[in-house]
Every structure is written in C-alpha cells, then in structure tokens.
Design a protein around this ligand. Sequence first.
Ligand code: GAF
Length: 399
Amino acid sequence: MNGPAATATTPPAPAGDVAARATAGFRQRYGGEPAGRWAAPGRVNLIGEHTDYNEGFVLPFALPLRTVVAAAARDDERWTVWSELDDDPVEFGPDEADAPGRVTGWAAYVAGVVWALRAAGHTVPGARLAIASDVPVGSGLSSSAAIESAVLAALVELGGLDLPAERWPRLAQRAENEYVGAPTGIMDQSAVIRGRAGHALFLDCRNEHVEQIPFDLDAAGLAMLVIDSRAPHRHADGEYASRRRSCEEAARALGVAALRDVDVADLDAALEKLPDDETRRRVRHVVTEDQRVLDTVALLRAGRVRDIGPLLTASHASMRDDFEITVPEVDTAVEAALAAGAYGVRMTGGGFGGCVLALVDADSADAVAAAVTTAYAERGFAAPGTVTALPAGGAARLD
Ligand code: GAF
C-alpha cells in the first residue's frame, strides 16, 4: 500500500517474505527456532459500516496482506514480544497481563489477548513471540485485529487450549475493548479470523451467524481497488466512541435493544420519535446501511457482482451526509474514482481517513488509480496508495 501510485497493481509482498522476517526476528532475538508460525490477515469491509455494534449486518473480506507471529512456548509464565515496529522486545508477566492498560503501545494487543484468555479461565503458556507484518498500521486495514488474531492462534495451539476458532473473534474483541480500551465492534476480528479466499463474510453481529458469500471478482472481469487515502486519523477514536454512544442512546429512546431492530420500512416513524436532527441522521445511516448489506448479499448470491456498485456508492453518501465520518481526502478519492468509471466506491472502516474501495473493470484499475492520484495532486494532498486486492483466507498456522 505504500509509495506513490501511478499504477494500481503493485502486488502485496509474497506471504513468504513476511514469514521469513518473523522467523529471522525470532532467531535473532531469542536464538533457536520457533515452534511454529501463525498468520492473520488485514481486512476491508465491502459494506456495512458502523452496523456491527448496533447488532446488525456486515460484509467484510480478509486481505492477502498478513501479520505473522513466530513463536515458541517457554517454561515460566512470562511473555516476551518483539515486533518489527520496535527494536526492543517488550516483556510482561501475569501482573501486567491481568491489569488492563498496564502494557501500552503495540504490545497492548498482545497483552490484551493474554488477558482475555486468562479472564476466560484458560491457562496461557508463557511464550516468546516475534511479529512481522505487511498490514500497514494506521490505514484502517485492521492491523490491530491481525496482531490479536495471529497471537491468539499461536497461544491457543502452543498451550493446547480447548478453544474452537468460532469463539476467537469475541475473545480478540474483548482484548481490544477491555485491555486496549477501544470500543470497537466484532467485525474486524471476525473478518480476520473467519475470512475465506474468494468469499465475503456475511456476518450477523447479533448472533455471530456467518455465511460465506462467493465473491469472484476475476470471473466477473472486475477488480477491487483499495485506495489508501493517506488522511491523518484526526480525532478518530473520540469520534468513533461518540457515534457509538449516539446510536446506543437512540436505541434506548426508541425502546429497542439495538438499532438493528428498526426495520427500514418503519424508519420514518422511528425518526419522528427522536429528539434532534443529528440523532435522526445517525439512525438513518445505520438502518439504511443494514438494508444495503442485505441487498448486496442478495445481488452477490444471484451472481450480479457489477450491480452492487450503486449500493457501495449510496453507502458512502450515507457515511458522508448522515453519519458524518468522511474527510476531504476520502471524498476526493470517491468522486475521482466514480468520474473515472468505477461502478461503485465507498470509504471502508471506521472513518476519518483510512481506505476507499472502488469496484472497477479489471482492465481499468490503473486508469482509475491514476485519476485519483491526479485529483489528489490538484488539491495538494499527499499521493494516495493504491493496490488491487482479492478476498483471502483467515487466521491460520503456516507450518
Ligand atoms: C472499526 C471497528 F473496529 C469495527 O468494529 C467497525 O465498527 C468499523 O470501525 C466500522 O464499521 O473498524
């Protein structure tokens, strides 16, 4: 995703490279060989934004970019973690792991997983871990969920823990919510753990029911262009939390468990019961977005991939006008890609920057990327990153 983007098709580094970096890091820091290597991908969300914590629907897919953890158990109850992001390893024991917030920075995602496992009653093996990643940090591709999930996969297997993968997303989400302190929903960890190559993951966030929806871009002659807006994440955490609070207050005002319970057919009546315009806009986004996910799934089930374009673009308009989570760089990328012939374009992820997805004809991906780059240059924005991506598989042991 890095570097100036005259063309769209800079391929991600082969997974072998990142795995080799994790192994090399392990050997150099700890000596000896890791017992194994576990990988988890980044993700994008095809559609369904800010619906997960409203117990609604999402449709993300895992990316071919991966975080790899090379790890081995140790005899004592301590965890040493080295990451490419930092020269020095971080070491912590049960006291720090059991006190949310004690370990900070990137290592908090690792300590959070140890905390969540221990809080769920598991005996977590002490371990040495070395982490390398191709998932860019701060681009909204869920680098945090990728670390959590790769570490979780490693610790579950090293400790022989009785914990089926269906239960991993909730655990990794607890690590992020309660140890790291970010009030996110269940989407990212689900995509990263349960994603399947060639499919988008249709997830009902109320009951975690999953359906793998075939999403064969190649067969349709299409490509998904992922555009890194390079917008700095301004106040993203506070804004995310405030959107979540508004939604929860609105659900209380409407007397429903969550906004998912407001049917799109009853939206106008629901909006009349709300106290102010801003709350009405927030609710309208969530309720219509849930419906757009269902409509997208219906089109994909019918094999009509190209026809999802207008739903993607409508989702973006709703995020821009009603949920108010877009920024000028993101809106510029969306407008430029649409003007260059994309079928549908939307920001993906929590908002205030991050990436934009453009559904394009495979043979026009470079032209659309170039049009976005030109529009950025005209407005004086830092050049966007662009890459095409196909849905990849979720967290797994590599060898
Ligand atoms: C972030 C969060 F982590 C997700 O849970 C989700 O709410 C998303 O923003 C918005 O759809 O990625």
